[in-house]
Design a protein around this ligand. Structure first.
Ligand code: DGJ
Length: 732
């Protein structure tokens, strides 16, 4: 890993074993992108890649130097001089002009990586990464812009973000401040996005790029289930096992855009950042605005390799604290078992059975506070309901601990029901436009987390409940989109800040709670997977992946999620049948075989299942305890896609390649079909492995594959709906 500055050519070359990123000061003084891709040799001057054709509009006009931004790859372009593509930023000056010209001023190369104040970001120490900060200045605007690039040792990754500073005397407004732009010399790419809605999150969609704009965004206040802030650009033909691809993961949990713009000259631009729609950030003298970070990863070895890069980077350089690289407790959550209709006694009955099954953590979901007996009341009143918890959270936690279980509970701190004491006392504490109707979502309003006093108040209430009990885990939910985004406490010209300041408020509450209770395991949730993003993982190292707990739908949802997020971050539970979201009845086997590939737990009352099933649950819990470290932190391979087949398969391999766990699932029966082969991946071709009592070489398992008929002896067959198996492969 290194960052080289060539003073004569004014070029930077960031490289490690796998990638090169080359940036130069262009004839215009702005930064041009000279190369991004597989590692290449360094040279003193790469400016031969710049086109100096006088044909179009030129920003530098000289016989030898004609230079148009439009024809060359830019690093962080603005609109209005000679670049006509999607812009990375826009500054509105005091006189109304939006033309800017940020030219190279200075740079700094350092070891390690600095924090981004108030925002989640990847981190690294001095041996793990190097950072380049390039300062650009627009003297007429009185502004400075710093572009940050961090290259990591051992990862084909560059993390980018930008910082604006008003160093002049007049006020300016940032009307667009994206985090990164990457221009490519050609547009022969496919765009892969992860879209969906409640209960069907992160379903991959692929489209071929050409000229014009391809674009996804969120304007819902949260990153959203509808479009995930993670996009892959891949060469046609790239699949899980081979080919080139570049991933863009936004470390942010609010409104965003990801946009590809194919120019009619054949170039491609990709930009990502905070959604500029309704965004406006005024900067007074000496004020700064720092964007969140985009993590750019590349591969020339297929999408499994790209996903593994994100899994490892996020496990080692994003997740923090006690739960970093720590196997997660197996939990029982009461939501689908009781909804809000419970008593302390009924909860203890469920918990006690969970303990008998070997489960480690009990989670009390929604309904324990205020007048919360249904969706219509109570949010905002974070005080125990004495009818349900006669001795409060402290009493219940003591009793659960006495059973030998850890204990955690559910909160939804960003919300308030109109029917709550909090709302009655502070009706102006919600996002709403005076004089207009406020839209409800699940009968609730959104607290104005752009205001410090609101965050302070919620912190105080939650701190009290947590402090008084022994709490090991918290599930932080968020169950509606932001609408009527307006803060009564904010002057008119600063309303464009509110959506981002709301997200900063959420991050600050997380930070304060984590600081006060560093050992608590936080699980984020947003009606399931409505805010499953890299920003959240910085605070909450796991996320409830979807409210859809049906095993068959979960195969697709977890498969899609695995492209950008670590397996250990995927909240996955076994629930009762018929499934409460889909009505489907699946065997207990497949429900666990799917849920193993995540955090694992149960979302049901184990008193309600048969003795025979309970014995099976005990075995499942035992299996997960034995294998969770490998499953949650090993190298994950997607083997067969549920979007292209009636079956799906995936596997996890240990770093030393001595052990692997394979999961295979029939989404529907294939009657009278040959069982066929499943080719494995990631093993050592020369090692001999044992699987189901027989031995095979790694190369046999990966190239010839395993015959699925090997599993017919255990009763498995591909001609049965919802049949599945999980098998262990171990070095002999
Ligand atoms: C939505 C979550 O996704 C569920 O798991 C549950 O916690 C409910 N909210 C509670 O209201």
């Amino acid at each position: 890993m290194n960052i080289v500055w060539n003073k004569t050519s004014e070029q930077f070359h960031l490289y490690n074993d796998r990638l090169s990123y080359i940036i130069g000061v262009a004839p215009s003084g702005e930064l041009a992108n000279l190369y991004f891709g597989k590692r290449i040799h360094d040279r003193a001057d790469f400016s031969y890649v710049l086109f100096r054709m006088g044909m179009p509009n030129v920003v530098v006009d000289a016989d030898t130097e004609s230079y148009s931004m439009e024809l060359n790859c830019q690093e962080y372009p603005s609109f209005g001089t000679t670049d006509f593509g999607a812009q990375a930023f826009e500054v509105e000056m005091a006189n109304g002009s939006r033309i800017s010209n940020f030219v190279y001023k200075s740079h700094r190369i350092s070891q390690g990586k600095k924090e981004i104040k108030g925002l989640p970001a990847t981190y690294a120490d001095k041996t793990e990464a190097m950072t380049l900060e390039v300062t650009l200045a627009d003297t007429l605007a009185g502004m400075e812009l710093v572009l940050y690039y961090t290259i990591f040792e051992g990862y084909p990754v560059v993390a980018r973000h930008a910082k604006f500073k008003n160093v002049g005397n007049s006020k300016v407004k940032l009307t667009r401040a994206l985090s990164a732009c990457l221009d490519f010399p050609d547009q022969n790419y496919e765009w892969m996005q992860f879209s969906g809605a409640w209960a069907r999150e992160r379903i991959p969609e692929i489209k071929k790029l050409s000229t014009g704009v391809t674009y996804i965004d969120s304007r819902r206040g949260a990153s959203s289930a509808n479009q995930n802030p993670f996009v892959i650009l891949k060469r046609p033909g790239t699949d899980d096992f081979m080919g080139e691809a570049i991933g863009f993961s936004f470390v942010y949990s609010g409104n965003f855009i990801a946009l590809a713009d194919g120019s009619t000259h054949g170039r491609l631009r990709f930009v990502m950042g905070i959604n500029p729609d309704r965004f406006c950030w005024p900067l007074e003298k000496d004020e700064c605005f720092e964007t969140p970070e985009v993590v750019i990863a590349m591969t020339d070895r297929g999408l499994n390799d790209l996903s593994q890069t994100y899994h490892k980077l996020y496990n080692n350089h994003l997740v923090r604290g006690k739960w970093k690289n720590t196997p997660r407790p197996i939990l029982n959550n009461n939501w689908e078992a009781t909804y809000m209709d419970f008593t302390e006694e009924s909860i203890l009955k469920i918990a006690s059975k969970a303990k008998d099954a070997g489960i480690e953590l009990f989670v009390l979901d929604d309904g324990w506070f205020g007048e919360r007996n249904d969706d219509f009341a109570g949010l905002g009143d974070w005080v125990e309901n004495p009818k349900k918890l006669p001795q409060g959270m402290a009493g219940l936690s003591r009793k659960i601990n006495a059973l030998g279980l850890k204990f955690g509970f559910w909160i939804e701190p960003e919300m308030v029901n109109p029917n709550s004491n909090l709302y009655r006392r502070h009706p102006d504490w919600v996002l709403s436009v005076p004089g207009r109707k406020s839209s409800l979502g699940r009968h609730q309003l959104v607290l104005d987390f752009s205001r410090e006093e609101v965050v302070d108040y919620i912190y105080g209430m939650l701190h009290k409940v947590i402090k008084g009990s022994k709490i090991d885990y918290i599930k932080w939910d968020m169950n509606r989109a932001l609408t009527e985004v307006f803060s009564v406490d904010t002057p008119a010209e600063r309303q464009g800040m509110v959506a981002h300041k709301y997200v900063l408020g959420v991050y600050s509450l997380y930070s304060r709670l984590i600081k006060a209770f560093p050992d608590i395991l936080f699980e984020s949730c947003s009606s399931g997977g409505n805010r499953f993003d890299a920003g959240m993982l910085y605070y909450a190292p796991q996320a409830w992946c979807s409210d859809n707990s049906d095993a068959i739908d979960r195969i697709r949802i977890q498969y899609g999620t695995s492209f950008g997020y670590p397996i250990v971050s995927i909240g996955s539970h076994v629930s009762a049948v018929p499934n409460q979201q889909t009505g489907r009845t699946t065997p207990l086997d497949i429900r666990a075989n799917v849920a193993y590939f995540g955090t694992f737990g149960y979302e049901l009352d184990l008193n309600e299942i048969s003795d025979e099933e309970f014995e099976l649950v005990k075995k499942q819990v035992e299996f997960m305890k034995e294998n969770r470290a490998l499953i949650q932190f090993g190298d994950f391979y997607r083997l067969r896609s549920p979007f292209e087949n009636d079956q799906a398969a995936w596997m996890v391999v240990s770093e030393d390649k001595k052990k692997a766990v394979v999961g295979f699932y029939c989404l529907r029966s294939n009657v009278n079909a040959l069982p066929g082969f499943l080719k494995l991946a990631g093993l050592d071709p020369d090692k001999e492995y044992r699987m189901e009592g027989k031995t095979y070489y790694g190369d046999e398992l990966m190239n010839m594959g395993i015959t699925l008929s090997e599993f017919y002896d255990r009763g498995f067959t591909i001609s049965k709906d919802y049949d599945s198996f999980v098998t262990i492969i171990e070095e002999v």
